[in-house]
Ligand binder design. Structure first.
Ligand code: GTP
Ligand code: ZN
Length: 391
Protein backbone atom coordinates (compact mmCIF):
# COMPACT_ATOMS: atom_id res chain seq x y z
CA UNK A 1 0.00 0.00 0.00
CA UNK A 2 1.34 3.46 -0.81
CA UNK A 3 2.22 5.64 2.16
CA UNK A 4 0.23 8.40 0.52
CA UNK A 5 -2.91 6.35 -0.07
CA UNK A 6 -6.01 7.83 1.59
CA UNK A 7 -6.81 4.29 2.72
CA UNK A 8 -3.65 4.15 4.86
CA UNK A 9 -4.54 2.83 8.33
CA UNK A 10 -2.81 5.77 10.01
CA UNK A 11 -4.36 8.41 7.77
CA UNK A 12 -6.07 11.12 9.83
CA UNK A 13 -9.87 11.19 10.00
CA UNK A 14 -11.30 13.63 7.47
CA UNK A 15 -12.50 15.99 10.23
CA UNK A 16 -9.54 15.60 12.58
CA UNK A 17 -7.77 18.88 13.22
CA UNK A 18 -4.71 19.62 15.33
CA UNK A 19 -5.55 20.73 18.87
CA UNK A 20 -5.55 24.50 19.62
CA UNK A 21 -2.31 23.97 21.61
CA UNK A 22 -0.63 22.23 18.67
CA UNK A 23 -1.72 24.99 16.30
CA UNK A 24 -0.47 27.66 18.70
CA UNK A 25 2.93 25.97 19.00
CA UNK A 26 3.15 25.56 15.23
CA UNK A 27 2.46 29.28 14.76
CA UNK A 28 5.31 30.18 17.16
CA UNK A 29 7.77 27.85 15.39
CA UNK A 30 6.88 29.26 11.98
CA UNK A 31 7.30 32.81 13.21
CA UNK A 32 10.67 32.04 14.82
CA UNK A 33 11.94 30.25 11.70
CA UNK A 34 10.84 33.16 9.50
CA UNK A 35 12.57 35.73 11.72
CA UNK A 36 15.77 33.67 11.58
CA UNK A 37 15.53 33.67 7.76
CA UNK A 38 15.01 37.44 7.52
CA UNK A 39 11.31 37.16 6.63
CA UNK A 40 8.83 39.48 8.39
CA UNK A 41 6.13 38.08 10.67
CA UNK A 42 3.02 39.67 12.12
CA UNK A 43 2.06 39.71 15.77
CA UNK A 44 -1.61 40.09 16.41
CA UNK A 45 -3.75 40.84 19.47
CA UNK A 46 -7.28 42.21 19.76
CA UNK A 47 -7.06 45.77 18.46
CA UNK A 48 -3.41 45.72 17.37
CA UNK A 49 -1.10 44.25 14.76
CA UNK A 50 2.66 44.71 14.50
CA UNK A 51 4.74 43.50 11.57
CA UNK A 52 8.37 42.83 12.52
CA UNK A 53 11.64 41.53 11.07
CA UNK A 54 14.88 40.72 12.87
CA UNK A 55 17.44 43.51 12.47
CA UNK A 56 20.32 41.04 12.25
CA UNK A 57 18.83 38.88 9.47
CA UNK A 58 16.55 41.12 7.43
CA UNK A 59 17.64 41.95 3.87
CA UNK A 60 16.32 44.37 1.26
CA UNK A 61 13.53 41.99 0.20
CA UNK A 62 12.32 41.50 3.78
CA UNK A 63 12.32 45.27 4.35
CA UNK A 64 10.23 45.79 1.19
CA UNK A 65 7.72 43.16 2.36
CA UNK A 66 7.50 44.71 5.81
CA UNK A 67 6.88 48.20 4.43
CA UNK A 68 4.23 46.89 2.05
CA UNK A 69 2.22 45.51 5.01
CA UNK A 70 2.96 48.20 7.63
CA UNK A 71 0.77 51.28 8.00
CA UNK A 72 3.51 53.69 9.04
CA UNK A 73 7.23 54.01 8.52
CA UNK A 74 9.13 51.38 10.50
CA UNK A 75 10.91 51.95 13.80
CA UNK A 76 13.68 49.90 15.41
CA UNK A 77 12.76 48.08 18.63
CA UNK A 78 15.65 47.54 20.99
CA UNK A 79 16.02 46.13 24.47
CA UNK A 80 16.42 49.06 26.86
CA UNK A 81 20.07 48.22 27.59
CA UNK A 82 20.99 48.28 23.91
CA UNK A 83 18.96 51.43 23.33
CA UNK A 84 20.92 53.16 26.10
CA UNK A 85 24.18 52.39 24.29
CA UNK A 86 22.83 53.54 20.92
CA UNK A 87 21.54 56.80 22.39
CA UNK A 88 24.86 57.02 24.26
CA UNK A 89 23.00 57.79 27.47
CA UNK A 90 20.68 55.89 29.81
CA UNK A 91 17.21 55.67 28.31
CA UNK A 92 14.57 57.14 30.58
CA UNK A 93 11.81 54.57 30.55
CA UNK A 94 8.32 55.77 31.29
CA UNK A 95 7.35 52.69 33.30
CA UNK A 96 9.58 50.34 35.29
CA UNK A 97 8.28 47.30 33.41
CA UNK A 98 9.15 48.92 30.09
CA UNK A 99 12.16 46.93 28.99
CA UNK A 100 12.31 48.21 25.45
CA UNK A 101 12.68 51.41 23.49
CA UNK A 102 11.98 52.38 19.89
CA UNK A 103 14.16 54.39 17.57
CA UNK A 104 13.10 56.39 14.53
CA UNK A 105 14.48 54.98 11.31
CA UNK A 106 15.22 57.65 8.74
CA UNK A 107 15.91 56.28 5.23
CA UNK A 108 19.67 56.34 5.83
CA UNK A 109 19.27 53.80 8.62
CA UNK A 110 16.78 51.58 6.80
CA UNK A 111 19.48 49.46 5.24
CA UNK A 112 20.39 45.91 6.29
CA UNK A 113 24.00 46.63 7.28
CA UNK A 114 23.02 49.72 9.31
CA UNK A 115 20.32 47.72 11.10
CA UNK A 116 22.76 44.97 11.97
CA UNK A 117 25.17 47.49 13.45
CA UNK A 118 22.39 49.07 15.49
CA UNK A 119 21.38 45.66 16.82
CA UNK A 120 24.80 44.26 17.63
CA UNK A 121 26.96 45.83 20.35
CA UNK A 122 30.05 44.08 18.96
CA UNK A 123 29.65 45.88 15.61
CA UNK A 124 31.00 49.34 14.93
CA UNK A 125 28.22 51.90 15.26
CA UNK A 126 28.79 54.61 12.67
CA UNK A 127 25.62 56.66 12.67
CA UNK A 128 25.05 59.25 9.91
CA UNK A 129 22.92 61.30 12.33
CA UNK A 130 22.09 61.07 15.98
CA UNK A 131 19.20 58.71 16.66
CA UNK A 132 15.83 59.88 17.93
CA UNK A 133 13.39 58.10 20.12
CA UNK A 134 9.99 57.02 18.80
CA UNK A 135 6.86 55.94 20.66
CA UNK A 136 6.93 52.26 21.57
CA UNK A 137 4.28 50.47 19.50
CA UNK A 138 1.83 47.97 21.02
CA UNK A 139 3.18 44.39 21.11
CA UNK A 140 6.82 45.59 21.10
CA UNK A 141 7.90 43.60 24.16
CA UNK A 142 6.16 40.48 22.91
CA UNK A 143 7.93 40.85 19.56
CA UNK A 144 11.32 41.15 21.28
CA UNK A 145 10.52 38.02 23.30
CA UNK A 146 9.88 36.21 20.01
CA UNK A 147 13.31 37.25 18.71
CA UNK A 148 14.87 35.84 21.89
CA UNK A 149 13.08 32.54 21.39
CA UNK A 150 14.91 32.38 18.06
CA UNK A 151 18.21 33.12 19.87
CA UNK A 152 18.44 36.30 17.80
CA UNK A 153 19.50 39.69 19.10
CA UNK A 154 16.39 41.37 20.54
CA UNK A 155 16.36 44.06 17.88
CA UNK A 156 13.52 44.31 15.38
CA UNK A 157 12.38 46.55 12.57
CA UNK A 158 8.69 47.05 13.29
CA UNK A 159 5.67 48.80 11.87
CA UNK A 160 2.10 48.88 13.16
CA UNK A 161 -0.38 47.36 10.74
CA UNK A 162 -4.13 46.84 10.71
CA UNK A 163 -4.86 43.88 8.50
CA UNK A 164 -3.67 40.44 9.56
CA UNK A 165 -5.60 38.80 6.73
CA UNK A 166 -3.88 40.93 4.09
CA UNK A 167 -0.52 39.99 5.63
CA UNK A 168 -1.44 36.29 5.57
CA UNK A 169 -2.42 36.61 1.89
CA UNK A 170 1.09 37.95 1.22
CA UNK A 171 2.59 34.84 2.83
CA UNK A 172 3.46 36.54 6.13
CA UNK A 173 3.06 34.30 9.18
CA UNK A 174 0.53 35.70 11.67
CA UNK A 175 1.06 34.88 15.33
CA UNK A 176 -1.42 35.62 18.13
CA UNK A 177 0.24 37.25 21.12
CA UNK A 178 -1.54 34.87 23.51
CA UNK A 179 -0.09 31.84 21.70
CA UNK A 180 3.36 33.31 22.18
CA UNK A 181 2.70 33.99 25.87
CA UNK A 182 1.66 30.34 26.43
CA UNK A 183 4.62 28.92 24.56
CA UNK A 184 7.46 28.03 26.94
CA UNK A 185 5.46 25.84 29.35
CA UNK A 186 3.61 24.06 26.56
CA UNK A 187 6.84 23.12 24.77
CA UNK A 188 8.34 21.42 27.86
CA UNK A 189 5.27 19.24 28.36
CA UNK A 190 5.70 17.72 24.91
CA UNK A 191 9.05 16.11 25.77
CA UNK A 192 9.28 12.40 25.06
CA UNK A 193 12.14 9.89 24.94
CA UNK A 194 12.98 9.03 21.33
CA UNK A 195 16.16 6.95 21.50
CA UNK A 196 18.21 5.05 24.04
CA UNK A 197 21.60 3.39 23.73
CA UNK A 198 24.39 1.99 25.84
CA UNK A 199 27.46 4.24 25.40
CA UNK A 200 30.51 3.17 27.43
CA UNK A 201 32.51 6.31 28.31
CA UNK A 202 36.18 6.71 29.15
CA UNK A 203 35.32 7.49 32.79
CA UNK A 204 32.06 5.52 32.97
CA UNK A 205 32.05 2.05 31.42
CA UNK A 206 28.37 1.54 32.34
CA UNK A 207 26.65 4.54 30.79
CA UNK A 208 23.43 4.86 28.80
CA UNK A 209 22.14 7.86 26.90
CA UNK A 210 18.44 8.61 26.55
CA UNK A 211 17.52 11.36 24.07
CA UNK A 212 14.40 13.44 24.69
CA UNK A 213 12.74 15.45 21.96
CA UNK A 214 10.14 18.18 22.36
CA UNK A 215 7.56 19.17 19.77
CA UNK A 216 9.34 22.52 19.42
CA UNK A 217 11.65 21.06 16.76
CA UNK A 218 14.64 22.20 18.84
CA UNK A 219 17.84 20.36 19.64
CA UNK A 220 17.27 17.22 21.70
CA UNK A 221 18.06 17.14 25.44
CA UNK A 222 20.05 14.14 26.68
CA UNK A 223 20.09 12.16 29.90
CA UNK A 224 23.31 10.27 30.59
CA UNK A 225 22.49 7.50 33.02
CA UNK A 226 25.24 6.03 35.13
CA UNK A 227 24.46 2.66 36.77
CA UNK A 228 20.80 2.17 37.70
CA UNK A 229 19.50 5.48 39.10
CA UNK A 230 15.87 4.58 38.22
CA UNK A 231 16.09 1.52 40.47
CA UNK A 232 17.55 3.57 43.31
CA UNK A 233 14.71 6.08 42.91
CA UNK A 234 12.11 3.29 42.84
CA UNK A 235 13.48 2.11 46.20
CA UNK A 236 12.99 5.63 47.61
CA UNK A 237 16.58 6.87 47.18
CA UNK A 238 17.69 10.22 45.80
CA UNK A 239 20.32 9.69 43.08
CA UNK A 240 23.10 12.13 42.32
CA UNK A 241 21.94 14.44 39.52
CA UNK A 242 23.66 17.16 37.53
CA UNK A 243 21.60 19.53 35.38
CA UNK A 244 24.29 20.65 32.95
CA UNK A 245 23.63 23.34 30.37
CA UNK A 246 25.32 22.74 27.05
CA UNK A 247 28.59 24.61 26.46
CA UNK A 248 30.09 23.87 23.06
CA UNK A 249 33.27 25.78 23.82
CA UNK A 250 33.90 24.36 27.29
CA UNK A 251 32.48 20.84 26.99
CA UNK A 252 33.79 20.00 23.53
CA UNK A 253 36.78 22.22 22.91
CA UNK A 254 38.14 22.55 26.44
CA UNK A 255 37.76 26.36 26.48
CA UNK A 256 39.46 27.94 29.47
CA UNK A 257 36.95 30.83 29.63
CA UNK A 258 34.52 28.88 31.82
CA UNK A 259 34.41 25.84 34.14
CA UNK A 260 31.95 23.73 32.12
CA UNK A 261 34.39 21.11 30.79
CA UNK A 262 35.76 20.14 34.23
CA UNK A 263 32.22 20.23 35.66
CA UNK A 264 30.93 17.88 32.95
CA UNK A 265 33.71 15.31 33.20
CA UNK A 266 33.92 15.72 36.98
CA UNK A 267 30.20 14.99 37.40
CA UNK A 268 30.43 11.80 35.34
CA UNK A 269 33.50 10.66 37.29
CA UNK A 270 31.72 11.30 40.59
CA UNK A 271 28.67 9.32 39.46
CA UNK A 272 30.92 6.44 38.37
CA UNK A 273 32.58 6.52 41.80
CA UNK A 274 29.31 6.33 43.73
CA UNK A 275 27.88 3.79 41.28
CA UNK A 276 24.98 5.74 39.83
CA UNK A 277 23.62 9.10 38.81
CA UNK A 278 22.01 11.11 36.03
CA UNK A 279 23.61 13.88 34.04
CA UNK A 280 21.04 15.95 32.18
CA UNK A 281 22.72 17.55 29.18
CA UNK A 282 20.40 20.44 28.42
CA UNK A 283 20.29 22.26 25.10
CA UNK A 284 20.61 25.66 26.79
CA UNK A 285 23.87 26.94 25.33
CA UNK A 286 25.17 30.17 26.84
CA UNK A 287 22.67 30.16 29.76
CA UNK A 288 19.91 30.10 27.17
CA UNK A 289 21.13 32.82 24.76
CA UNK A 290 22.64 30.43 22.19
CA UNK A 291 26.19 29.97 20.98
CA UNK A 292 26.25 32.92 18.57
CA UNK A 293 25.20 35.35 21.30
CA UNK A 294 27.60 33.75 23.76
CA UNK A 295 30.45 34.44 21.32
CA UNK A 296 29.24 38.05 21.09
CA UNK A 297 29.16 38.16 24.89
CA UNK A 298 32.78 36.94 24.96
CA UNK A 299 33.80 39.80 22.65
CA UNK A 300 32.13 42.24 25.06
CA UNK A 301 33.91 40.56 27.99
CA UNK A 302 37.22 41.12 26.20
CA UNK A 303 36.23 44.80 26.09
CA UNK A 304 35.82 44.86 29.88
CA UNK A 305 32.25 43.77 30.71
CA UNK A 306 31.70 40.83 33.03
CA UNK A 307 29.58 37.81 32.03
CA UNK A 308 26.38 39.30 33.48
CA UNK A 309 26.68 42.79 31.98
CA UNK A 310 27.70 41.32 28.61
CA UNK A 311 24.39 39.42 28.43
CA UNK A 312 22.52 42.60 29.33
CA UNK A 313 24.37 44.65 26.73
CA UNK A 314 23.09 42.20 24.12
CA UNK A 315 19.56 42.78 25.38
CA UNK A 316 19.29 39.44 27.15
CA UNK A 317 18.80 38.72 30.83
CA UNK A 318 21.71 37.50 32.97
CA UNK A 319 20.34 33.94 32.84
CA UNK A 320 17.60 33.03 30.37
CA UNK A 321 17.21 29.40 31.46
CA UNK A 322 14.43 27.67 33.24
CA UNK A 323 14.58 24.09 34.44
CA UNK A 324 11.14 22.88 33.33
CA UNK A 325 12.76 20.60 30.76
CA UNK A 326 15.16 19.14 33.35
CA UNK A 327 12.28 18.49 35.78
CA UNK A 328 10.19 16.85 33.07
CA UNK A 329 13.07 14.57 32.04
CA UNK A 330 13.59 13.49 35.65
CA UNK A 331 9.86 12.79 36.04
CA UNK A 332 9.80 10.67 32.91
CA UNK A 333 12.87 8.77 34.08
CA UNK A 334 11.05 8.02 37.35
CA UNK A 335 13.40 10.14 39.48
CA UNK A 336 11.37 12.59 41.60
CA UNK A 337 14.00 13.05 44.39
CA UNK A 338 17.59 14.10 43.75
CA UNK A 339 20.86 15.16 45.29
CA UNK A 340 22.04 17.96 43.05
CA UNK A 341 25.63 18.55 41.97
CA UNK A 342 25.75 22.34 41.70
CA UNK A 343 27.02 25.60 43.15
CA UNK A 344 24.00 27.51 41.87
CA UNK A 345 21.19 27.99 44.40
CA UNK A 346 18.82 29.20 41.63
CA UNK A 347 19.07 25.81 39.94
CA UNK A 348 17.96 24.07 43.14
CA UNK A 349 15.10 26.50 43.65
CA UNK A 350 14.07 26.27 40.02
CA UNK A 351 13.96 22.45 40.02
CA UNK A 352 12.08 22.47 43.31
CA UNK A 353 9.58 24.94 41.87
CA UNK A 354 9.02 22.48 39.00
CA UNK A 355 8.10 19.71 41.45
CA UNK A 356 11.44 17.90 41.94
CA UNK A 357 12.38 17.21 45.56
CA UNK A 358 15.95 18.41 46.01
CA UNK A 359 17.06 16.61 49.16
CA UNK A 360 20.63 17.87 49.14
CA UNK A 361 23.43 19.66 47.31
CA UNK A 362 26.96 18.52 46.53
CA UNK A 363 29.58 21.19 45.92
CA UNK A 364 30.78 21.11 42.30
CA UNK A 365 33.70 23.51 42.21
CA UNK A 366 36.93 23.12 40.23
CA UNK A 367 40.11 25.14 40.55
CA UNK A 368 40.37 28.36 38.55
CA UNK A 369 42.72 28.00 35.57
CA UNK A 370 44.23 31.48 35.23
CA UNK A 371 41.79 32.45 32.45
CA UNK A 372 38.40 31.85 34.11
CA UNK A 373 39.24 33.45 37.48
CA UNK A 374 37.20 36.62 36.87
CA UNK A 375 34.31 34.58 35.45
CA UNK A 376 34.16 32.44 38.61
CA UNK A 377 34.49 35.51 40.83
CA UNK A 378 31.53 37.12 39.01
CA UNK A 379 29.45 33.96 39.48
CA UNK A 380 30.11 34.15 43.22
CA UNK A 381 29.69 37.93 43.58
CA UNK A 382 26.82 38.67 41.22
CA UNK A 383 24.97 35.36 40.65
CA UNK A 384 25.20 34.25 44.28
CA UNK A 385 26.93 30.97 43.43
CA UNK A 386 28.25 29.13 46.45
CA UNK A 387 31.91 29.17 45.46
CA UNK A 388 34.90 29.64 47.70
CA UNK A 389 37.07 32.15 45.87
CA UNK A 390 40.72 32.77 46.82
CA UNK A 391 41.51 36.49 46.93
N1 GTP B 1 26.01 33.91 28.27
C1 GTP B 1 27.09 33.30 28.73
N2 GTP B 1 27.01 31.99 28.98
C2 GTP B 1 28.12 31.39 29.47
C3 GTP B 1 29.31 32.07 29.72
N3 GTP B 1 30.21 31.17 30.18
C4 GTP B 1 29.56 29.98 30.23
N4 GTP B 1 28.31 30.11 29.81
C5 GTP B 1 27.23 29.13 29.73
O1 GTP B 1 26.78 28.86 31.05
C6 GTP B 1 26.23 27.57 31.09
C7 GTP B 1 26.90 26.84 32.23
O2 GTP B 1 26.09 26.82 33.26
P1 GTP B 1 26.06 25.51 34.22
O3 GTP B 1 27.45 25.05 34.49
O4 GTP B 1 25.02 24.56 33.78
O5 GTP B 1 25.42 26.14 35.47
P2 GTP B 1 25.82 27.22 36.46
O6 GTP B 1 24.71 28.22 36.45
O7 GTP B 1 27.21 27.73 36.25
O8 GTP B 1 25.73 26.42 37.84
P3 GTP B 1 26.54 25.14 38.34
O9 GTP B 1 25.49 24.08 38.46
O10 GTP B 1 27.06 25.54 39.68
O11 GTP B 1 27.60 24.84 37.35
C8 GTP B 1 26.51 26.92 29.76
O12 GTP B 1 25.34 26.96 28.96
C9 GTP B 1 27.60 27.80 29.17
O13 GTP B 1 27.56 27.84 27.76
C10 GTP B 1 29.35 33.46 29.44
O14 GTP B 1 30.33 34.16 29.66
N5 GTP B 1 28.22 34.02 28.95
ZN1 ZN C 1 31.18 26.88 29.47
Amino acid sequence: MSLFSTAHPNAPEADSRPSPEALAMRAVHRAVADLRRGTPVMLHAPGSCLVVAAAETVGAEGLRELRAVGDASPVLLLAATRAAAVFARPVALSAPEEAAAALRLPEALLAPERLRALADPTAELLLPESPERAALPALATQALALAKLGRLLPALVAAPAHDAEAAARQGIAVLHAEDLAAYPPSAATTLAPVAEARVPLEDVPEARIVAFRAADGGIEHLAILVGKPEQMAAEGGAPLVRAHSECFTGDLLGSLRCDCGPQLRGALRKMAEVGNGVLLYLAQEGRGIGLVNKLRAYTLQDQGLDTLDANRALGYGADERNFLVAAEMLRQLGIPRVRLLTNNPDKMASLAACGIEVVGREQHQFAANGVNDAYLATKAARFGHLLSIKE
